[in-house]
Design a protein around this ligand. Structure first.
Ligand code: C2E
Ligand code: CA
Ligand code: CA
Length: 561
């Protein structure tokens, strides 16, 4: 064991040195007459224990302990204090400051010395081990296990206790949220291991763009928060946000596969937008959802009116959950006609908000049901209702009527979807081919394997698949070739033609010829005027739907005749 005796009194130093050598002849003892000289020796050599005099001219004993401990590079091990006075408060203060033991000079005794020093060394080592395991536990609890970034809980704490505490109107701070779009589909298609690697790659990219004062955290799976303290202008935030966006947009190579990501960003600033950390995160989240709705790679700042919209959506979302539970939604049915004979061939089921609970259009409440995933139970309810009502409608008609139901992508990949549909049809003894499942092109855009297999399963059973709102989105021919689509519904916006809009008409004509060439059955949507019907006949469309012949109505209106 190597010991350093630090005492300004030569006689005391010599006594201590002698006692230590007597207690164990193998110990190496060195001396220093001041803390400054002790530091010099400590910086050159390792000592297991420092025996430090409490009363030294430079400062108080406890201060010496603190300085020696603070200078980590000195690698000070155990500290044993010695003093001429035997005062309990002094002993306690020294132990609190970081000493391992305390001896009174008048009681120095070579027999006890060995035990005290071995003890002090052991105590110090145990304290170190405890500290490092405490630090490990703290690290694990504060960090996201995959990326090592702060987790949500501790990010909020950091915002509260550090960033926002030091911000005010003249020194504002910003919070940026960055959410990867459609990350779920990547996980589904390439597996979770790939998803994890991708997240790590994104984190590396983001960290490269962050400065030391900016804290990056993983709020949840594919959503990151970045605290930007004390920005000087909105331009500075814009530039930083753009840098982050560009970094994540660049092609990323993960396990040999090149991926291109798109993201949505929401930004809120303190103290303008919020007064607390949790509020600031919530505001940035609202802005981020707005950015998502506006399209990919959009950056949105929080605005106070968004809070109202958010509250409005939140109110609708809560009502949807209640109305499903209370079985209060309605379904209306719009007839679909044979373009030539004008016979009713079937109906499209369209959800309706109950009339006695406010007035919300499907275009208002369905997107909210989709965002909150409530579309899964709501869509199931609507599909089962429509299939049951098809039986009733068929009993009132001599023709083999079909029923079209609208199905959102989330619903399509929800557990047991195709079995739910098939069992509802079996329950009412309706042949599978009398049901048409309408999906929009966005469902096919990600080429998701689950969507493809559900559609194949439905199609193999005989259920028809219709591509809805065709002509509004991507209108990709490859979707028509790669997915088992039987019917294409040409969107109503394409039929809004005035006489003489020749260019538009020739475009429609070309589109219809292409669809018919692919052996697809074509339905015109939104036929409101006589001239539109005439044009549909001219194009030899199979079916049509629109206010000219029939609006969506409740079942009772169709069966009460
Ligand atoms: P969609 O599937 O394109 O449904 C056709 C929409 O066009 C319906 O609006 C219908 O009332 C309207 N419409 C029909 N004929 C005409 C016409 O001649 N002129 C005009 N201007 N409009 C016409 P609605 O009922 O408001 O539904 C809007 C959208 O809500 C639907 O568009 C569909 O995407 C969605 N939706 C409705 N019910 C369901 C459902 O049960 N599940 C899902 N996932 N979505 C649904
Ligand atoms: Ca539809
Ligand atoms: Ca449609």
């Amino acid at each position: 064991m190597r010991i350093l005796v630090v005492d300004d009194n030569l006689a005391d130093r010599m006594i201590a040195n002698r006692m230590l050598c007597e207690s164990n002849p193998n110990w190496v003892v060195e001396e220093a007459d001041s803390v400054t000289n002790a530091k010099e020796l400590l910086s050159k050599f390792h000592f297991d224990v420092v025996l430090l005099d409490y009363l030294m001219p430079e400062a108080r004993g406890t201060e010496h302990i603190t300085t020696l401990r603070a200078e980590a590079h000195l690698g000070v091990g155990a500290i044993v204090m010695m003093s001429t006075v035997n005062s309990e408060p002094v002993i306690q203060r020294c132990l609190k400051a970081g000493a391992q033991d305390f001896i009174v000079k008048t009681e120095l005794d070579s027999k006890r010395m060995e035990r005290i020093f071995l003890h002090a060394k052991k105590n110090y080592e145990t304290e170190r081990e405890l500290l490092s395991s405490h630090e490990h536990v703290k690290y694990v609890s504060e960090r996201d296990p995959l990326t090592g970034l702060l987790n949500r809980y501790h990010f909020i704490k950091r915002l509260e206790n550090d960033v926002l505490m030091r911000s005010n109107k003249t020194k504002p701070s910003a919070l940026l949220l960055l959410d990867i779009n459609k990350f779920r589909f990547i996980n589904d298609d390439f597996g979770h291991h790939f998803g994890d690697e991708l997240i790590l790659t994104v984190v590396r990219k983001l960290l490269q763009e962050c400065e030391q004062t900016q804290t990056l955290c993983r709020l949840h799976a594919d959503c990151f928060g970045i605290a930007m303290p004390h920005y000087s202008s909105q331009n500075e935030i814009n530039r930083f946000a753009q840098k982050l966006l560009t970094a994540v947009n660049a092609p990323l190579l993960v396990n040999g596969i090149q991926v291109r990501l798109t993201v949505s960003m929401g930004i809120a600033v303190y103290p303008n937008d919020a007064s607390k950390a949790t509020e600031l995160i919530q505001r940035a989240e609202i802005a981020m959802y707005r950015a998502k709705n506006l399209g990919t790679n959009t950056i949105c700042y929080f605005e106070s009116n968004m809070q109202n919209e958010f509250s409005w959506s939140f109110k609708i979302e809560s009502s949807i959950a209640e109305l499903i539970a209370d079985n209060k939604f309605n379904v209306n049915y719009q007839p679909i006609y044979n373009c030539k004979t004008k016979d009713i061939l079937g109906y499209e089921a369209l959800l309706r908000w109950p009339t006695d609970c406010g007035e919300y259009e499907p275009d208002e409440f369905i997107p909210i049901a989709e965002q909150s995933k409530l579309i899964i139970p709501l869509g199931k309810w609507a599909a089962e209702r429509a299939i049951a009502d098809l039986k009733t409608l068929q009993l009132h008609s001599e023709l083999k009527l079909s029923m079209s139901i609208n199905v959102s992508p989330l619903q399509l990949i929800s557990e047991g979807f195709s079995e739910m549909i098939k069992s509802a049809l079996r329950k009412h003894e309706i042949p599978y081919d009398q049901l048409i499942v309408e999906i929009t092109e966005t469902a096919l855009m990600y080429n998701n394997s689950d969507i493809q297999s559900v559609l194949r399963e439905l199609s193999a059973a005989g259920i028809k698949i219709a591509l809805d709102d065709f002509g509004t989105g991507f209108s990709s021919i490859s979707h028509l070739m790669n997915f088992p689509v039987n019917i294409v519904k040409v969107d109503k916006s394409l039929f809004q033609l005035e006489n003489g809009q020749l260019k538009h008409m020739s475009l429609l004509r070309g589109l219809v010829i292409m669809l018919q060439g692919l052996d697809l059955l074509v339905i015109a949507e939104g036929v409101e005027h006589h001239h539109q019907h005439v044009f549909c006949e001219e194009l030899k469309l199979d079916k049509l739907q629109g206010f000219l012949f029939g609006k969506p109505v409740p079942l009772s209106r169709l069966t009460d005749a």
